[in-house]
Design a protein around this ligand. Structure first.
Ligand SMILES: C[S@@+](CC[C@H](N)C(=O)[O-])C[C@H]1O[C@@H](n2cnc3c(N)ncnc32)[C@H](O)[C@@H]1O
Length: 286
């Protein structure tokens, strides 16, 4: 991810300085990142009427890497987490193949979530997983968290659930593209319903959605076998009492399911929004 005082930003300013009125220069983009050959930047409201100029400047800045330029205009929406991106410049086809951790993630970068800020979490999962595990990814998207495991580790089986038909199409395609059909299987639908047949079977459950409801947490716990690891992702304010309340709540749900939490470790994944963090709780369930 490129940032404030990098030489690239200096170059970006040079490319834009004559194209945008002086009083708007303080709004020049500060951040941009790549999903495959799609470059995404933040585009403040004040620069919206200059979106083509901003897009063209990025195409010049990254001629080898960027085919399409998108601008983030707002938060990710709804249960399918559709991003709010505006087309700025370049090729209008926003389907791309992002390469990371030895995997090919094919996706429509304008319509589906793939967070660069989750890179270290994707990598961390590779260290955590042991051979021969039965793993369930409850919120798979295009395989964001579980595909690297299938490609780089030796799981017994990965079951990947996804409710959004558009994400599911890419998930299935990515399983084939990465030649892991022998260990990874995609299932389409609501994880509260479609995963019931796997209750008590998982060695590891990945719950990678920041706004799970109580039924989804219950389902995650039910999937766990004795001593299984649940990776529960949540967006939470930095305030200690709220964090304590969230943890107590999860412990209560685990107890209500007749299970025990024998270990819980909290890890920070990234900043989610002002005052809110994306954290993951690694919970051992017995
Ligand atoms: C924010 S994405 C997270 C992707 C990935 N776990 C990650 O961390 O990068 C959440 C995904 O869960 C899917 N989802 C939401 N509710 C679901 C449900 N009830 N059952 C299955 N998938 C669901 C969404 O469609 C979306 O693709």
């Amino acid at each position: 991810m490129a940032r404030d005082k990098s030489p690239k930003r200096e170059l970006l300013i040079e490319l834009l300085i004559d194209k945008i009125p002086k009083e708007l220069h303080i709004h020049f983009p500060h951040r941009w990142w790549f999903i495959g050959d799609v470059l995404i930047t933040t585009i403040p409201e004040k620069l919206k009427q200059y979106r083509s100029a901003v897009g063209e400047a990025f195409l010049q800045l990254e001629p080898k890497r960027a085919r399409t330029i998108l601008g983030k205009t707002g938060p990710t929406r709804g249960i399918t987490r559709e991003p709010s991106f505006d087309y700025l410049a370049g090729d209008k086809n926003t389907e791309t193949i992002h390469k990371e951790l030895g995997c090919y993630f094919k996706l429509d970068a304008a319509k589906l979530t793939f967070s660069p800020g989750n890179h270290f979490e994707r990598e961390r999962m590779l260290d955590a997983v042991k051979s021969d595990e039965f793993i369930i990814d409850m919120f798979s998207c295009v395989g964001n968290l579980s595909l690297p495991i299938a490609v780089n580790k030796a799981p017994k089986q990965i079951i990947a659930a996804e409710i959004n038909p558009y994400a599911f199409k890419y998930l299935e395609e990515n399983i084939k593209l990465n030649k892991v059909t022998d260990v990874m299987k995609a299932i389409e639908g609501d994880n509260r319903v479609i995963l019931r047949e796997f209750e008590g079977k998982a060695d590891r459950v990945i719950s990678g959605y920041l706004h799970s409801d109580e039924d989804q947490i219950r389902q995650a716990v039910r999937l766990c076998n004795e001593g299984s690891m649940l990776h529960y992702h949540v967006a939470i304010t930095a305030r200690k009492e709220i964090q304590t309340e969230t943890i107590m709540n999860i412990k209560k749900i685990i107890q209500a399911e007749g299970r025990v939490c024998t270990k819980m470790i909290r890890k920070r994944v990234k900043k989610y929004s002002p005052g809110v963090e994306h954290i993951v709780l690694d919970i051992v369930i017995n």
